[in-house]
Design a protein around this ligand. Structure first.
Ligand code: JHZ
Length: 407
């Protein structure tokens, strides 16, 4: 682990720290033995005045994050599966993709997205260093290499298979410390008339919704259109358009990138709006720490209040963001003894740092808690719909962001 001394994007040594969340364990390092010692790492966030990139200041080795300790399988959300299918089918139609095309997805996880291209006869390749997810993808017929995407692997891939007509990189551009190498790899692999689509939660929404819990060591970066524009230009690529999905991961941007500069009105308007809002100025981020403190006071009042009335509180979603929420807020297993999650790979393990056991959501029917803290608040609608019986039986949902609220 090392602390950075320059902006990872533009090399500026004068980036400014604006949030210190203390030392936290790795958010996806679910624990098998709660008595064994756990590593913790500083979680500090900084802003670069020069290229507008928001980033954490510690580098944790990506092998530790995505190979040794990664149990996130994309296919456990129906909402994400629908969103991904729509994207794949939309690309096939708009780009006229067929059996002679080549689609590459970086961080393709368990094949949740590429399977839609395979089904339509479009050749694909997935790349993902997480071994179990890559194996699962191969099992369902999505050719996948368990590798990190780098300029070196992109160069080898282009030599072997030719350029890619489409490169998709969803929820991964935050995850690679050598951001320039990653962008250079995409630039190298892309066909001259190809397109890159990149999805990532918007840093503007993170700040607006006080979604501090989406900050953890897997996320080296928190992107805006401004920072993506600057990054792509450095590599001979151009950000040309942006879509926005308010209901995905707390507000997600989809950026459309190509080799020729052709910005849409929508992109220009969004860049102007980001500038006007202040996403390119340190001042916009400066009071975020105080807002997190306020959220802590409000949330802990609700949890402690419920416990004082003799109520039981459990949590839903052994999400990475759940680990930040529990650890930064100090929600110990005395207050909230267990977390439920339908990802069977996570069940039976414990949350990092705070050590709540992870159970099958079936316990909510067998022995319902009075209050259910929604750690996976980004899927609130989907989860509440599934848990209608829990609510009908008098159970309350506690949604922690943007302002803690009992529903
Ligand atoms: P979820 C992940 O973060 C991982 P996490 C990663 N670091 C990233 O960048 C972001 O996504 C974008 C469960 N669940 O998706 C599944 C149910 O049990 O918010 C997950 O364990 N029942 C790559 O981990 C967790 O909740 C359900 O009905 O914060 C949600 O995790 C649904 C919908 C989910 O991401």
């Amino acid at each position: 682990m090392a602390r950075i001394t320059r902006c990872r994007g533009c090399g500026n040594p004068d980036f400014r720290e604006f949030l210190d969340l203390g030392e936290t364990p790795l958010a996806d390092a679910l624990v098998t033995d709660p008595d064994a010692p756990e590593e913790r790492f500083p979680l500090v966030v900084a802003f670069c005045d020069r290229c507008s990139l928001v980033q954490i200041t510690e580098d944790v080795d990506p092998e530790k994050l995505f190979v040794d300790n990664y149990l996130y399988f994309s296919s456990f959300s129906d909402h994400l599966l629908r969103h991904s299918r729509d994207h794949a089918l939309g690309l096939i139609e708009s780009r006229g993709l067929d059996g002679s095309s080549f689609v590459v997805e970086i961080a393709s996880n368990d094949g949740y997205l590429l399977k839609n291209f395979v089904e339509q006869g479009v050749p694909v390749l997935g790349m993902d260093p997480a071994p179990d997810q890559a194996e699962k993808a191969n099992e369902i017929g999505v050719p996948t290499r368990a590798e990190f995407f780098t300029l070196e692997s992109a160069t080898a891939l282009r030599g072997e298979k030719g350029p890619a007509d489409v490169i998709i990189a969803n929820n991964v551009m935050a995850h690679i410390p050598d951001l320039n190498d990653f962008a250079a790899g995409m630039a190298h692999l892309l066909a001259d008339d190809g397109v890159i689509t990149v999805e990532n939660p918007s840093v503007g929404e993170l700040i607006a919704r006080c979604a501090f819990d989406t900050i953890y060591h897997e996320h080296y970066f928190y992107h805006s259109c401004l920072s993506v524009d600057a990054l792509m230009r450095r590599h001979g690529l151009f950000l040309n358009d942006v879509d926005y999905f308010g209901d995905l991961h707390g507000g997600t941007n989809r950026w459309w990138i190509g080799r020729t500069e052709a910005p849409t009105e929508r992109l220009l308007a969004t860049l102007a709006e980001e500038r006007a809002t202040g996403l390119g100025d340190h001042g916009y981020y400066a009071d975020f720490g105080q807002r997190v403190e306020q959220l802590r006071d409000d949330l802990m009042k609700l949890i402690n209040g419920a416990r004082a009335e003799g109520k039981t509180v459990a949590a839903y979603g052994a999400a990475a963001k759940g680990a930040t929420m529990l650890n930064v807020m100090g929600i110990t297993s005395d207050l909230v003894p267990y977390v439920v999650d339908r990802n069977t790979h996570k069940q039976g393990r414990y949350m990092p740092g705070t050590h709540q056991i992870i159970k099958d959501p079936a316990v909510l029917t067998e022995d319902p808690p009075d209050v259910l803290l929604l750690l996976a608040w980004n899927f609130a609608e989907e989860i509440m719909a599934q848990q209608q019986a829990y609510a009908d039986g008098g159970g309350r949902f506690l949604v922690p962001v943007p302002t803690p609220e009992l529903i």
